[in-house]
Design a protein around this ligand. Structure first.
Ligand code: PEP
Ligand code: MN
Length: 263
């Protein structure tokens, strides 16, 4: 169902009044994790002002260590709902547990499946049974074929609103957190009708590389970007080294305008 041969036209995924895919580029921005009401509201207002069209923020965080901050859970969802009310921005947030689909879907406009869960088939099927758009991140070590097959698990349950997100893969290179595979963008566009966005924050892990790779992603044909922004990256409870300040994010948005206009 994810293949171009099955469905030749590009799939457009409606999110509220927005459409992902097609001619408009969307920028999803916000903190890695929802840390407090103030942190989220401040970030949400700043990214909207700068030109973001959707808000991200994790309430349930898939941390490598069980001793790291795990997210504010239900409280985080509450703050996300408030941030949407205040800014009007649709909310993208990660879901890790099939048992929480109903609770998260009550708040989220887009359900995010993180890299670590790309092959959690029960979770894919659970979000496939909702009618919410799903943002499916590429697995840490997933081939493009495995990624599209993961999308297939969602589509076969009857949910056709899948947005793919390239976020870097594991290679031998250690200078960057992951190796952002921008060749996946034209590959996915060739193989599939689903929209594809790029996350240069997790893709590089280094803030100085986020803007150049964001520009490159759009030049490669991505339908949008996901960017981590924190009011005070040094104090962030997760992913500070790759998070932009609101000012740096505003500059990034200015830098990509000519690329969007030219495409
Ligand atoms: C995230 O976007 O919050 C995240 C955890 O990313 P990934 O699943 O790509 O590591
Ligand atoms: Mn993160």
């Amino acid at each position: 169902l994810a293949g171009r041969d099955f469905h030749p036209e590009d799939t457009l995924v409606p999110v509220g009044e927005l459409t992902i895919g097609g001619h408009q580029v969307h920028i999803i921005a916000g903190p890695c994790a929802v840390e407090s009401r103030e942190q989220l509201l401040e970030t949400a207002m700043a990214v909207r002002e700068a030109g973001a069209t959707m808000l991200r923020g994790g309430a349930y965080k898939p941390r490598s260590s069980p001793y790291s901050f795990q997210g504010l859970a239900a409280k985080g969802l509450e703050f996300l709902a408030e941030a949407r009310e205040v800014t009007g921005l649709p909310v993208v947030t990660e879901i890790m547990d099939p048992a929480l689909v109903t609770a998260v879907a009550q708040v989220a406009d887009v359900l995010q499946i993180g890299s670590r869960n790309m092959q959690n088939f029960a979770l894919l099927q659970a979000v496939g049974r909702t009618q919410k758009p799903v943002l499916l991140k590429r697995g840490l070590s997933a081939t493009i074929e495995e990624w599209l097959l993961a999308a297939e698990y969602i589509l076969t349950e009857g949910n056709s609103q899948v947005i793919l997100c390239e976020r870097g893969i594991r290679t031998f290179e250690t200078y960057t957190r992951n190796t952002l595979d921008l060749s996946a963008v034209p590959a996915v566009k060739h193989l599939s009708h689903l929209p594809v966005i790029v996350d240069p924050s997790h893709g590089t892990g280094r803030k100085f590389m986020v803007a150049p790779m964001a520009r490159a992603a759009l030049a490669a044909g991505a339908d949008g970007l996901m960017i981590e922004v924190h009011p005070n990256p040094q104090e962030a409870l997760s992913d500070g080294p790759q998070s932009l300040t609101p000012e740096q994010f505003a500059r990034l948005v200015q830098e990509i305008r000519p690329i969007i206009a030219a495409s």
